[in-house]
Design a protein around this ligand. Structure first.
Ligand code: 4AD
Ligand code: MG
Length: 431
């Protein structure tokens, strides 16, 4: 039996006998030759099957090979400047493992068609490159926190209450009760750090977003952290280090994929500390003076305002201290200015919007109950959460990074849907 190696390893070998296996990415033939570009998870390579070499009977099989046939190929690899990846395999022998019927995906198909055939479109070079970068980003997130001796934590996904506002909750029938799909693992993280002190988590989160923007999914992955004894400045320092590390790792390990995506890497090479840190008040001032945009104090920043700000800087912007009244119930008042909260949002460069949201956590039970009641929530349902403030309460902070937002930014994607294998939006929940 031949010992199979990856396409990438075959190319690295440069010459001699090789055995590879994968799927037909492209095919064309004549009466004497059949050219096949074979792909595996590592790369693509041109292979040529010659009638004079494999004989009439085998050539007749080769002649019928269609795109996406799975096959094994044995032959001799050599340099060939005309081939797509600079090398070609002259085939000694091949085996068709699984035939392919007429592959529906061809050139220039509509976005809708590709979405309906997402399970197949994932095999494209574009999607393969994005998914590899996504994997590297998640890996980098883990590495960053493991280096700092954080523990990985797993939150529940069925949750009895909200965390980020009632309007985007997904209710689920839970036997005779009703629960919600997680909007964030945060409230549970806050309970866990009283034992583990420093934790990180990567988990699916759900929001019934009615907006059909290029930045919103209804199911997305959030990479979060929560740390005891940390204040807002410590949190901003950590996020700055985290994002720098993620970008650096992708630039180092995913050069080829960034090239396939035609991502201009110059803006990514500029991602180094320090990041600009401005308050919400300062952001309003900048918008007014430099962009002629007037935002009424107390209103959240909208996409157009975030985009305008992102054009002024070539690094992520850390905006702190938003108006307390429009923030989630767990974000505390700034003791120096009770109108604002000790919180932050990070806005990506190049108009990719908010990539991280975080805050110091409120320790004042009465304040939180007041905020919950204002939203129409019954504080009784949050008693388990408020318990952490009764038994040895102490300062802590945390953040959540939108994995898909970061993938979109780093890959330079036009739409967030391409940052996740099977996107879920208001109008799309299949396949
Ligand atoms: O700012 P958010 O709502 O923060 C939280 O949920 C906190 N509880 C996290 C924490 O402190 N542990 O969400 C965090 C991030 C956003 O900054 C954004 O990047 C992303 O999640 N996000 C979305 N990504 C895709 N589709 C959506 N509908 C998103 N909503 C938020
Ligand atoms: Mg937010």
């Amino acid at each position: 039996m031949a010992k199979f190696i990856s396409v990438q390893d075959a190319i690295k070998k440069k010459k001699g006998k090789v055995a590879i296996r994968g799927w037909v990415y492209r095919e064309r033939g004549s009466s004497k030759f059949k050219f096949i570009v074979l792909r595996d998870s590592t790369n693509i390579i041109q292979c040529v099957i010659k009638k004079e070499k494999v004989g009439d009977k085998k050539f007749a099989i080769a002649d019928k090979i269609q795109v996406e046939t799975s096959m094994e190929i044995q032959g001799t690899i050599k340099e060939d400047k005309r081939a797509p990846t600079g090398y070609e395999i002259v085939v000694d022998d091949f085996t068709v493992v699984g035939e392919s019927h007429e592959y529906p995906i061809q050139k220039d198909q509509s976005i809708e068609f590709l979405a309906d055939n997402r399970h197949l479109w994932l095999r494209s070079r574009k999607m393969t490159a994005v998914m590899k970068i996504r994997s590297t980003i998640m890996q980098a997130f883990r590495e960053h926190y493991l280096k700092k001796e954080y523990f990985e934590f797993s939150p529940p996904i069925f949750q009895p209450t909200q965390c980020e506002g009632g309007s985007t909750l997904f209710p689920v029938k839970y036997f005779d009760a009703e629960v919600y799909l997680s909007q964030s693992g945060q409230l549970y993280s806050e309970a866990m750090i009283f034992a583990l002190e420093k934790i990180f988590l990567i988990s699916p989160t759900f929001r019934a977003e009615k907006s059909k923007t290029s930045r919103h999914l209804t199911e997305f992955w959030m990479a979060e952290m929560e740390a005891m004894w940390m204040d807002l400045d410590g949190l901003a320092d950590d996020i700055e280090e985290l994002l720098t590390f993620i970008v650096k790792k992708v630039l180092k390990e995913r050069k080829e994929e960034l090239k396939i995506l035609k991502r201009d890497i110059k803006p990514l090479q500029k991602i180094k500390p320090p990041f600009p840190r401005i308050t919400y008040d300062k952001a309003l001032k900048i918008l007014k003076e430099k962009c002629k945009m007037k935002v009424e104090w107390g209103k959240d920043l909208r996409t157009i305002e975030e985009d305008k700000l992102s054009e002024l800087y070539d690094k992520p912007i850390i905006i702190t201290r938003y108006p307390k009244d429009i923030m989630a119930f767990y974000k505390p008042k700034d003791p120096k200015n009770p109108k604002v909260a000790l919180c932050l949002d990070v806005i990506a460069p190049e108009k990719y919007g908010e990539i991280v949201g975080g805050s110091q956590r409120d320790l004042d039970i009465e304040e939180m109950k007041k905020a919950l009641k204002k939203m129409g929530e019954n504080p009784k349902n949050y008693e388990w959460y408020l318990d952490s403030r009764k038994f040895g309460s102490a300062m802590h902070s945390g953040h959540g990074m939108g994995v898909e937002r970061v993938v979109s930014w780093i890959c330079g994607l036009e739409n967030i849907k391409d940052s996740i294998p099977f996107p879920r939006t208001m109008l799309r929940w299949k396949p």
